[in-house]
Design a protein around this ligand. Structure first.
Ligand code: ZN
Length: 193
């Protein structure tokens, strides 16, 4: 079983390494910077309307059935610093216990919410929570993404978060051990894969 290396917010910014990392961090606030959703094709990719017609470049078709999906920017913090993590559809729906379409429909008449000037009030439910995020660190050279990390998985299971907190003494080690020196066997396969 391959363990995903752990990281702090600061070392994520500093390490400049490609790959996925697990970070234990708190959601400090939701970034109100444009919409929290995007229009997607059935394939899940973002589509933009041109003259009122949606086209998916990946599927190479005009899309009539457009679905809103989550793309939520969050300011996260641990003891080492702050960063921006981006939650996508599966993880945001899981945390909010709602699909993006349901939330969208609920706020259809609320222009500020629809256009992302204001977040839907339900987002407040996840602010202040500490959980594990598996995030992607992207290749060097993609400077426009610097300091912004897409979330691949979240884990808010209290027992597992607790285990991570207890084992946090040596963050630089990729082979983590418990107080008896045995390798920690976290149930990663269930959560992350
Ligand atoms: Zn498509």
């Amino acid at each position: 079983m391959k363990l995903t290396p752990r990281c702090t917010v600061k070392s994520l910014d500093d390490n400049n390494r490609d790959g996925t990392f697990v970070v234990l961090t708190k959601i400090a606030e939701i970034v109100e910077d444009g919409p929290w959703w995007y229009s997607s094709c059935v394939c899940g990719r973002s589509v933009q309307a041109e003259s009122g017609i949606y086209f998916c470049q990946f599927c190479n078709i005009h899309v009539t059935n457009v679905t809103p999906r989550f793309r939520v920017k969050m300011l996260v913090e641990d003891s080492t610093g702050l960063s921006i993590f981006v939650l996508f559809d599966r993880e945001a729906s899981y945390l909010l216990n709602k699909t993006c379409a349901q939330l969208f429909e609920q706020h259809l008449k609320d222009v500020d919410v629809v256009f992302g000037i204001q977040s839907p009030p339900i987002f407040e439910e996840i602010v202040g929570k500490t959980m594990l995020f598996k995030v992607l660190n992207r290749p060097v050279g993609m400077e426009k993404f610097k300091g912004t990390y897409p979330v691949r998985r979240v884990c808010d299971d209290a027992a597992i978060v607790g285990m991570f907190e207890l084992s946090g003494s040596d963050l630089s080690s990729e082979k983590e051990r418990d107080h008896l020196g045995n390798p920690l066997r976290l149930p990663n396969h269930r959560i992350w894969d």
